[in-house]
Design a protein around this ligand. Structure first.
Ligand SMILES: Cc1ncc(C[n+]2csc(CCOP(=O)(O)OP(=O)(O)O)c2C)c(N)n1
Length: 590
């Protein structure tokens, strides 16, 4: 006899319901937190879940919140996040976070109820073909129709989500499979034909890479989110220390090399620093580690890094040469690739690279074009200054979660990124509404950490209801609403490209809603700052509150813009540091 939380005391061979098998499987894989909402088709699973002493279920207010919370949990714990929903609308509400996790390679497992097997295809009540719908936005998905198949599906889902290139996996289980009975058999081996992710890089490719690095005069380490997922920060630091090669950290990799490191040129891309964009454009060798040559980084692809050879290391072979042909492709886990590369370089004079002029040139760019902003002359708050101050007060040990828009880009520039994995945002899909639920998931995963959300007034209005969940479940996140009364990023494009015709971007969020009252109505503490003199006081107050979620509204100037900027579809060479102001690339004839 063994004690199972799923179904009371049961002999292993006893018949469990599929629902009991599901909960027991979740216990078996160590899933301690599930974010979800029940409904008809998934209801059988909620009954044994009620009895589980190991699995905590967090009752969210919208399934999208459950999905982003699972992402936030996964990003900070390194364990897969789990979300659960019923069939039909419950499952379709998970589509956005699944797509989000797919684009950003976040390991989550979504469990959905499905109508009973015989009803599939009949347009039954709350029937949606969720495996069909999510086929292109999941790493894999399963439709489980028999109770005896549940344990293997769950074991496989967790394995698939976390191995190789991480990503979302959906397990759709019919109601009759949840209600039916079978013996519980935990698989000793998984039946996943053809799934064998390559983690160990090919020695010959690493040798070729080392050869290119030793010959390069303008090498750059182009570090992406995959390097974080591989846990490669320590190995990367050793490679940088040995070779002295300058680094750029993409939006998804902020903190992988500390911003305070003299060789970190900052974030590349559409809103990247001049030094990072210049580094890529003028490089003769890009060493891409878990990055994917995203259009927001490359700008116009045909003019991206025109003189650079490419070493592209990625665990997903499909990424290599997808956008830019690699001279040396390396399929493998970033941590292992960097380790092997550093070992080889150490033995071959990798500490003697002749790149001093190059490093000097980039440092000069960094000095001449620091990313900065002006305080508004009318005495109102600058959004950049507010975000910077939050970072200074909360420090690099806090976890920061952003929404999508101008505030996200300012957060990416002005927060203190000194440690890997302390920055969560929606980079690939660019999902407004990510911030509040992802912050909730992060705080649920790391209850002792300080978690700050930096959200826009537009984004906040998409998913703020999860603050009710936070208040009731004891998940005290801190959310800064950067209220510029508009859909700021879209407004910025209207300013620059649509003759300042502000079609439908004015949110009129001057007290409608009243964010402070809204916060209080949701069981949170609501604070507001409107004058520069209020800023430190409200941040300090928020920092001192640890027994309730806090929302701090910062009413900021609406015309602030994100700079630098490479206009969409144009060349990185045409980066502007302010409106009509381009950098002077002096010294490029190195
Ligand atoms: C779900 C979704 N809808 C629309 C967009 C397009 N979009 C990108 S940024 C943005 C404005 C965001 O406004 P806000 O949250 O106020 O942030 P701000 O840019 O003002 O900092 C919009 C509408 C999006 N990214 N996601």
């Amino acid at each position: 006899m063994t004690e199972t939380d799923a179904g009371g005391t049961q002999p292993d061979s006893a018949q469990l319901t599929g629902a009991q098998s599901l909960v027991r499987s979740l216990e078996q894989v160590g899933a301690d937190t599930v974010f979800g909402i029940p409904g008809g088709a998934i209801l059988p699973a909620y009954d044994p879940l009620y009895a589980s002493k190991f699995v905590r279920h967090v009752l969210v207010r919208h399934e999208q919140g459950a999905g982003h919370a699972a992402e936030g949990y996964a990003m900070v714990t390194g364990k897969p996040g789990v979300c659960m929903a019923t069939s039909g609308p419950g499952a379709t509400n998970l589509v956005t976070p699944l797509a989000d996790a797919h684009m950003d390679s976040v390991p989550i497992v979504a469990i959905t109820g499905q109508v009973a097997g015989p009803a599939i295809g009949t347009d039954a009540f709350q029937e949606a073909d969720i495996t069909g719908i999510t086929m292109p936005i999941t790493k894999h998905n399963f439709l489980v129709r028999k109770p005896e198949d549940i344990p293997e599906a769950i074991a496989s889902a967790f394995h698939l989500a976390t191995t190789g290139r991480p990503g979302p996996v959906l397990v759709d289980i019919t109601k009759d499979a949840l209600q039916g009975r079978s013996g519980f058999r935990w698989p000793t081996e998984l039946n996943l034909p053809g799934y064998r992710p390559v983690t160990k890089p090919h020695g010959k490719q690493v040798k070729e890479a080392a050869k290119l690095i030793l010959a390069a005069r303008r090498p750059v380490l182009y570090v992406g989110g995959g390097a974080y997922k591989a846990g490669a920060a320590k190995e990367l630091a050793a490679l940088v220390e040995l070779t002295g090669i300058p680094v750029v950290t993409t939006l998804m990799a902020r903190g992988m090399v500390p911003d305070s490191h003299p060789l970190n040129m900052g974030m590349p891309g559409m809103h990247g620093t001049v030094a990072a964009v210049g580094a890529l454009q003028r490089s003769d060798l890009l060493i891409s580690l878990g990055a994917r040559f995203d259009d927001r980084v490359t700008g116009q692809l045909s003019s991206f890094a025109p003189g650079a050879k490419i070493i592209h290391a990625d665990i997903d072979p499909a990424e290599i040469s997808k956008n830019r042909v690699a001279d040396v492709p390396i399929v493998g886990d970033c941590k292992e690739v960097v380790q092997e590369l550093t070992g080889l370089l150490k033995a071959q004079g990798g500490d003697q690279l002749r790149i001093d002029d190059w490093v000097g040139y980039l440092n000069d760019l960094k000095k001449r074009y620091p990313t900065g902003y002006d305080e508004p002359e009318d005495g109102t708050l600058s959004p950049q200054g507010v975000i910077k101050r939050i970072g200074e007060i909360a420090g690099p040990d806090a976890y920061y979660v952003a929404g999508v828009g101008q505030h996200q880009m300012w957060a990416a520039h002005y927060l203190p990124f000194e440690k890997p994995g302390h920055w969560l945002n929606s980079g690939g899909l660019g999902t407004m509404g990510y911030c509040v639920p992802a912050a909730m998931g992060a705080k649920a995963g790391l209850p002792d950490a300080v978690v700050w959300g930096i959200d826009g007034d537009g984004c906040f209005q998409m998913t703020n209801q999860e603050l009710v969940t936070c208040a009731l479940e004891g998940i005290p996140v801190k959310i800064a609403v950067i209220n510029n009364q508009s859909l700021g990023m879209v407004r910025q494009w209207q300013t620059l490209f649509y003759n300042a015709r502000y079609s439908n971007t004015d949110l009129k969020t001057n007290r409608v809603p009243d964010f402070q009252k809204l916060a209080e109505a949701m069981g949170c503490v609501g604070l507001r700052a409107e004058q520069p003199g209020d800023v430190d006081a409200v941040i300090d107050k928020a920092m001192a509150i640890n027994d309730a979620p806090v929302v701090v509204e910062f009413v900021v100037h609406k015309d602030a813009m994100v700079w630098p900027m490479v206009a969409a579809g144009t060349s990185n060479d045409d980066i502007k540091v302010a409106r009509d102001m381009a950098p002077n690339w002096d010294g490029e004839e190195l």
